[in-house]
Write a protein that binds this ligand. Structure first.
Ligand SMILES: Cc1ncc(COP(=O)(O)O)c(C=O)c1O
Length: 400
């Protein structure tokens, strides 16, 4: 056999459960099977949740006027201003200089981990969580420790568990709100407690991933930055979820540093941003249009998602072998497999269902080996007829 060139340990350790399960699904599709994909949080993959037309028009207009050059590294000024106004409207004083536009929140995370972490540093993230919070820190010498979300109480954050895991190595304390995969929306009291815990540790900054903030069904969503008067908070958001354009790859970080402790890290972040040039210029114009038109389109999208989510919850309730806490936001369900034998290996459950009935879910352990196993995550974005077919197949599978 040809001798193989070594891969770096850091690349070999990367896992992204949401897309890793697509590999066997593609093989089945190549054999002519029709797979119902419920794995990726992409509203554009299904009917009825398009990117708003005025944003598409603005993107196209930028292309037509040849606005296709490199842009400023921190984002085009009009977009930085619009984001700053939008963040300020959430209750804190955000200036355009506090905003950095990135290739999605995913790039913002890589830049933040690169700028904050040294060997031995820790990221304290919710368990379960969106997988890059586990995958990326190790590339920069850091490690992720999970704090517990309580499965018996709507996946509420366990503040005592956070308290017990804080120490001087924790550089970043992460809140994903609403949470992916559980859909939990934190209360303002919980957010205040989280800030208070972080405030005892001067080297700790809070990352508030609020990419689903417009998809809150509880009415209690509030911005973490708006609650903090001294602890630094970096809010993350973008065009992918609430503006229904994940393929544009535009997001941002907005820095709230009321005590001015992050000057050096911020300089590092700006260096990194300059070294990777800029985010897509025409896509930024598309995103910008999203801030200037408030014609109520989001309400339509939100109620469609709500209707589909309610349908899923009803079906799960009626199926012996499955249980699910009703989410407060986002568009996922994190479903518990009640049969202990099946739950013991949730990845095998997902792959078995895929091969036998051609429904693609993501195993819960892909979102947290410790707190997610025995579950699967599904999106509730497809139209109801497709969801009905998926649940029929899942039910048949569970009946054996
Ligand atoms: C919590 C969370 N943050 C970030 C992202 C990715 O955001 P972006 O598309 O802006 O990179 C996702 C995507 O599913 C997510 O669930």
């Amino acid at each position: 056999m040809t001798e193989q060139v070594d891969v770096s340990a850091r690349a070999a350790a990367i896992e992204y459960a949401i897309r890793d399960v697509v590999v066997p699904a593609v093989e089945l599709e190549a054999q002519g099977h029709e797979v119902i994909r419920l794995n990726i949080g992409d509203p554009l993959a299904y009917d009825g949740l398009p990117t708003p037309q005025h944003m598409v028009d603005a993107f196209k207009a930028a292309l037509d006027r040849q606005d296709n050059g490199y842009g400023p590294s921190y984002g085009i000024p009009e977009l930085r201003s619009a984001i700053a106004s939008s963040e300020s409207a959430k209750g804190w004083d955000c200036s355009p200089d506090d905003v950095y536009v990135t290739h999605g929140v995913t790039e913002a995370l890589q830049i933040l981990f690169a700028a904050f972490l040294e060997e031995g540093d820790t990221v304290l993230a919710p368990g379960p969580h969106y997988p890059p919070y586990m995958a990326y820190p190790q590339m920069y010498g850091g490690a992720t420790v999970e704090y517990r979300l309580d499965p018996a109480d709507g996946w509420r954050i366990d503040l005592d568990d956070i308290r017990s895991k804080m120490d001087e190595t924790v550089r970043l304390l992460v809140l994903i709100n609403p949470n992916n995969p559980t859909g939990n929306v934190a209360t303002s009291e919980e957010i205040d407690s989280l800030i208070e815990i972080a405030s005892d540790w001067p080297r700790c900054t809070i990352i508030a991933d609020e990419i689903y903030d417009g998809l809150d069904f509880t009415g209690r969503m509030c911005s973490v930055a708006s609650r903090s008067s001294s602890t630094p908070v970096i809010a993350l958001n973008g065009v992918s979820k609430v503006y229904f354009a994940p393929g544009w790859r535009v997001g941002y970080m907005a820095w709230h540093d009321p005590s001015g402790t992050l000057v050096a890290v911020r300089d590092g972040v700006e260096r990194l941003l300059r070294s990777r040039l800029c985010a897509s210029t025409p896509a930024q114009h598309g995103f910008l249009a999203g801030f200037s038109d408030d014609s109520g389109w989001l309400e339509g999208h939100r109620s469609r998602i709500r209707e589909r989510m309610d349908y899923c919850l009803d079906r799960i309730e009626s199926i012996d072998g499955l249980e699910c806490e009703a989410p407060g936001g986002a568009f996922y369900l994190f479903v518990r497999i009640t049969d202990p034998e099946m739950a013991a290996d949730d990845k095998a459950f997902v792959l078995d269902l895929l091969h036998r009935h051609h429904v693609l879910l993501v195993h819960g352990s892909g979102f947290s080996p410790e707190f997610g196993n025995g579950h699967f995550r599904m999106v509730c974005l497809p139209p109801i007829d497709l969801l009905a077919e998926a649940f029929d197949r899942i039910e048949t599978f569970l009946r054996g």
